[in-house]
Design a protein around this ligand. Structure first.
Ligand code: ADP
Ligand code: MG
Length: 238
């Protein structure tokens, strides 16, 4: 389960309306990419879905249930932050276990989930290391592992690869796509990188100034951009 529906979702910071009323449905199992220039509201939208920000108006439904006022923990979604959000003084195992400990998951169940996630992410032999002893790609996998063990109904990624070098980014992109193929869990992936959007998405949501310019498959947007903004944005990698 991982269907997410936004109905008239609006966000104001003081007087400034950063997200005008917005409607969007993300189907269970979809890989959806939010793409748009810096400052267009991608992170804000993701944080509203995660419950890290309160909506100013509108409703957020998760699997048909109104989750607008639910705490982040109760939404059953997992946000993947950039790898530098790991705890440097804790082992990989403890970093991954942290959200499970907080949620009161039993120790045997914690161990079972950690072993499974480590295996899926090729981290089994690194569980006793600290983040500082890992490569950038391995650290990013730990950040993903910390999300996987929660068995969320959707993963929310906010530019997870932006602090990795170009070569590593290509590899991690493939790994995240592969993970999606395997888990078939809804993923929402925020990026300002058109190549990431075009290569990873089932569905791309193009945003400008908090508004949806167009929603469609990568091929749709490429062949039938609705306007000059979409055409320019998809057509010209920056
Ligand atoms: P993006 O992730 O697409 O770069 P953001 O969602 O971070 O964009 O920001 C969208 C707009 O909202 C920007 O103009 C930003 O300055 C503003 N904004 C974001 N967070 C806050 C905040 N906590 N208070 C005031 N303005 C904010
Ligand atoms: Mg952002």
């Amino acid at each position: 389960m991982g269907q997410i529906t936004l109905q008239g979702v609006t966000k104001r910071f003081g007087e400034v309306e950063v997200i005008p009323p917005l409607d969007l449905t993300i189907e269970d199992g979809e890989f959806v990419v939010f793409v748009g220039p810096s400052g267009c509201g991608k992170s804000t939208l993701l944080r509203l879905i995660a419950g890290l920000e309160d909506v100013s108006a509108g409703d957020i439904l998760i699997d048909g249930k109104n989750a607008t006022d639910a705490s982040p923990a109760r939404r059953g979604l997992a946000m993947v932050f950039q790898s530098y959000a790991l705890y440097p003084h804790m082992s990989v195992r403890k970093n991954i276990a942290f959200p499970l400990k907080m949620a009161g998951v039993s120790k045997p169940e914690q161990d079972r989930r950690i072993e499974a996630a480590a295996k899926a992410l090729n981290l089994t032999s690194y569980l006793d290391r600290r983040p500082g002893q890992l490569s950038g790609g391995q650290r990013q996998r730990v950040a993903i592992g910390r999300a996987i063990v929660r068995e969320p109904s959707a993963f929310l990624f906010d530019e997870p690869l932006s602090n990795l070098d170009a070569a590593l980014r290509v590899g991690m992109r493939l790994e995240i796509s592969e993970l999606h193929n395997r888990l078939k869990t809804t993923m929402i992936y925020v990026t300002h990188d058109q190549v990431e959007a075009m290569t990873m998405a089932d569905k791309i949501v193009v945003l400008q100034a908090g508004r949806i310019e167009q929603v469609g498959s990568p091929l749709d947007l490429y062949l039938r951009p609705k306007n000059v903004f979409v055409a320019g944005f998809i057509g010209s990698p920056r």
